[in-house]
Design a binder for this molecule. Sequence first.
Ligand SMILES: [Mn+2]
Length: 519
Amino acid sequence: MQHRCRAAVPAYTPCMRHRLPEPPRFFHLLHCHQMVSKYPAKEHARRAFAHFLEKLPEESQSAFFISGENYELWPYCDQSKPIRQNRYFYYITGCNIPGSHVFYDGGNDKLTLYLPDVDEEDIMWSGLPVSRDEAAAKYDVDEVKFAHEVSADLKAFSYKIYTTDVNQWNKNFESHLIEKDYAFFHGLDEARLIKDDYEIALMRHAAKITDKCHHGVMSATAIETNETHIHAEFMYHALREGSKYQSYDPICCSGPNCSTLHYVKNDDEIPETKHSILIDAGAEWECYASDVTRCFPINGDWTVEHLNIYRAVLRMQQVTMSMIRPGALWDDIHLRAHEILIEEFLKLGIFKSKYSKQEIYESRISARFFPHGLGHLLGMDTHDVGGRPNYEDPDPYLQYLRLRRKLQKGMVLTDEPGIYFSPFLLEDVLKDEKKAKYIDHNVLDKYWYVGGVRIEDDLVITANGFENLTGITSDPAEISEIVKKGLNKNKKCCKLGAKTVTAAVAVFVAGYLFRAWRR
Ligand SMILES: [Mn+2]
């Protein structure tokens, strides 16, 4: 009966899976030029090659060769491991067929896709593979060939051929390949850094699905008595919308578990003594990611401490978002988030007001409450390529910042400030008088049960600022309303259920008495 209460989420429409995700701005072109309606693989290959030549201009006749992922069996078992397509391969093909390869002849601007050879014995198990003509119609490539033709083609090519790395899928061609070249990765990563309209349309669709999933999770707290139920609710809505894979393992936590950044255990009970929920999860669409975090009170009523922290994080996000535009340095925006955190902690009394904002900032102590970066690039990978992080940075504020560049139009990134009360991260701080002196322990003690709060949205950088792909509300009053609406609906469902059962029993008893009377 409980699933009847899911009606708050708009119904799945069967046509959704087969149409292009959300008409992009160039929608009219889709009908005029067939080429534009395909994933723009050729343009991606060209752009990657142009960036490659920035580093190695003398290699203008060379080529790229990448093998996609293929089926691999688990040891001593006839089942295959789950496949996740090689993102560099997908970027220049748009093809998700296991066992394929791609060759881009940069000098002649020719893109060739190699499909796996047809295994006739497999057809009865797996069905007919995609034909050469079907692939030529579907993918934006110049020619479609088969895997057995790769070797001769590579041998006949008289210039250098670059690949990511020699692995089990391309080792037969090893003698022709140059692996792990810096310029090659530079080319691909710089191209992937800036998303075109087609990619943004895919990401917009992933974000729309994710909105529905988060709304579904917030609306179903009546049946979420374990973290696994939150996970299940998210996956249910994602699958219903045609998203079979998640961009990453969903992080579904309650109470103090919310202080673990990448918590994926997702199996603790949620008794009434726990108030806070944090879910960080994103649906994937056609290999493109979304990555969204929302927090809410399990019964719809924010506790004072939970709401205090929520509002602080929301202000960190609002202030940092107001700074986002092309040319802004992400380091500066991230550091501004720490300043807001310190201001908020001074207001709440967690930091002692006898110390100045500047002194606390210089102590770097806020990094123990907000240990991760403000955000990261998002694309085919959740932590997408091209961010140029420096994990060796001695500054604890910047060590885990995954994006260390100026923002450019067409980048997609997350803005995800957080505040956590992690016993692990604060243990040594609280013992070190030089650092502990800034913290009012009595005030801090009131906050441990909250665990943590993070708010995360996906943003596309535009010419003047950004567009927020994430639509699910982060307003605390609206969130409270969604949770309560879900709870009330469940009560009504239960009441209706009880009434139906009572009526059915009454009819049965009346019938029995009537028959007994007739006898
Ligand atoms: Mn993220």
